[in-house]
Unconditional design. Sequence first.
Length: 355
Amino acid sequence: MHTLGLHFNELLVAIQPPQDRLDAARDLPPKIRDYLKNHETFKTLNPHSRLVGSYAQHLSVGDVKDVDILVRVDGDPEANEPAAKKLIEELRAALDGLPDALGFEGWAGVDIERARRSVHVYIKGPDFHFDVVPCIAPSDFDEKVWVPDRGFNEWIESHPLGFVKLLEDLTAEYGAKVRNLGRLLKHSRNVQMKTRQPKSYWLGAMLVDHVQNTLDMDQPLAVLFRDLLDAIYAKFQPVLNLGNGATPNIPDPLLGHNVSWNWERSHFETFMSRVDDCRKWATKAIEADDRAVAISYWRKIFGDDFPETVEEAAKAAAAVGAPGIARVTAAGTLAAAISPVRTIPVRPTTYHGET
């Protein structure tokens, strides 16, 4: 069995967002948040806004092109006050002044349009998207909030910061494999499905359900990923077999309501077909006797980002434990040459021949 741990480590490095995109995700949102916080007519409440979505969840892969911003407003969601549809229109009008307020250098070509539950801002210069989502948060962002639905003209429950906290808790319990599985799931979706992609939040809900209920986190990442795909396919196969337009009800991990209510049947069928392909390829990769065959199957799933060779990474990993290069912590564990904790070097050895 080949689990190819170094290959998966290199894959995770390869699908990390490039630094310039991370810089944009860090530097651009505060400009929009400060603009709305200080707006004269569109009033927000303290704390005024928070980042949510994949970027806040630390699940971004590839080229980061969007950030979600929650903006807190006053209101009564049960009374639909302010009216959900009207509030989105007011936010849209407030954001019309964004390009002038921030200057056009780097901001020339700003598209602003209403979406179902947000106002979408696209800045052509840095090629970056923002979904600005107004919300009513009676107990600030740490509890559930209400977001507007323009189509139904009502406020609906949501808990995006709760999902961020849930991922943090699962990561604290099970380690980095939780988020790494989420990244692998998203990347495989991006490779396998150029269109008809399920939403990232749906994938996150699938991941959390599996980690909480069935996953043996002691397994290598390759096995965990295959098991995750198997579990997703097994869970949704009865719905696939129903036909007649049936699609799964994916419960919100915190609030329980169906978050995939608008999943189209044809899109669901495409997703299941791709999951079925990938889970079979993953099994063949894990069970392959030949290392090159295993790598070829993983590359069918993850594309060219899955490395064919990891010679340099293997040398670097071996060097960490080499006498004269490695360092040891007070707890007796090996550390890299540059380490945030105090270490002492391992003494070099000299070969004097066999005795």
